[in-house]
Design a protein around this ligand. Structure first.
Ligand SMILES: C[S@@+](CC[C@H](N)C(=O)[O-])C[C@H]1O[C@@H](n2cnc3c(N)ncnc32)[C@H](O)[C@@H]1O
Length: 286
């Protein structure tokens, strides 16, 4: 049992599990499994994982243990498994995980599928995974330090953690420009207070509690949990001539996401014991 004196964690998890079940039932964009094209070329779809100029992910996944955290929806897990990895998907929402079950069944893919919260990975062993893929989802947690400690605990020394987040500034700002044509900074970075609800859009999920996390909590939290950050990018969603107020036009002012490449340094901070020298994950970056 995790400590939760205020009951906030339990309230948020219960609320968000139901909200994501509803999003899955309504076939929301983030609950759309991948189609045939992706499975014909899984390596191509996965790509380098980071910036255009630097490859983050290995060329090959054969035999690697990959954990896809908060990644239900029939996308990440099946794709990495199709690329040759031994994949485990963990997610809070049974309906999102049902999509992974469905894709795995339809495509004859072997997946380990586990229901749980990203801040309690106690069902997994220390150093179980070579690579952890974490799509945008820390915004659904009131507090993130425990998430990073848990990911660190289950990542092999030398293993990779690819961690994507909604940018705090983007979450704090208005979704559409005001009469002046400008975006406004509206919400402060207040720990543990959910953002006001918004209309559904690519930037906010309908009915889900979302929280802003400072860069200190995101970058610092990853470092303090036992990772070394090796690279960071803001995926480019800008399109020239995009309509005023559109996702692509707003992205020129407020890049919506931050993607971080981190490598486990053995998690000394969390595990409390130095890693034996010479211990390597066997994972090679090309
Ligand atoms: C952005 S979606 C996942 C990826 C999505 N299928 C896509 O296409 O990018 C975010 C996921 O986080 C999950 N989630 C929310 N809170 C969570 C928590 N505390 N622990 C684990 N998963 C959580 C939701 O159920 C949802 O499936």
């Amino acid at each position: 049992m995790l400590e939760d004196p205020s009951g906030l964690r339990a309230t948020v998890l219960a609320h968000n599990a139901q909200a994501w079940d509803r999003l899955a039932a309504s076939k929301a964009a983030l609950a759309q499994p991948l189609t045939d094209g992706a499975f014909r070329d899984p390596h191509g779809w996965i790509g380098g994982g980071g910036s255009a100029t630097r490859r983050w992910l290995p060329e090959r996944f054969d035999g690697l243990e990959v954990l896809c955290v908060a990644a239900g929806g029939g996308k990440h897990g099946p794709l990495y498994a199709a690329a040759g990895a031994r994949v485990t998907v963990v997610d809070l929402s049974p309906a999102m995980l049902a999509l992974d079950h469905q894709v795995a069944r339809e495509r004859g893919i072997n997946l380990q599928i586990v229901q749980g919260s990203m801040d309690d990975l106690s069902m997994f062993s220390v150093g179980q995974f070579d690579v952890v893929i974490h799509p945008v989802s820390t915004c659904y947690m009131p507090e993130v330090s425990r998430v990073f400690c848990e990911v660190s605990r289950v990542t092999k020394p030398g293993g990779l953690y690819v961690s994507q987040h909604k940018s705090p500034t983007s979450l704090q700002a208005s979704l559409v420009p005001g009469a002046s044509g400008r975006y406004e900074l509206r919400s402060p970075q207040t720990r543990g207070t959910p953002l006001p609800p918004e209309m559904p859009s690519r930037l906010r999920e309908f009915g889900v509690y979302e929280f802003v996390h400072s860069l200190s909590d995101l970058f610092g939290g990853i470092c303090r949990a036992g990772f070394t950050i090796e690279d960071v990018c803001e995926p480019d969603h800008v399109q020239s001539h995009a309509d005023q107020g559109s996702f692509a036009q707003r992205a020129a002012f407020l890049p919506p996401y931050i993607r971080i490449l981190a490598r486990s340094n053995g998690g000394q901070a969390f595990r409390g014991s130095p890693v034996a020298s010479g211990l390597k994950s066997g994972l090679q970056m090309e």
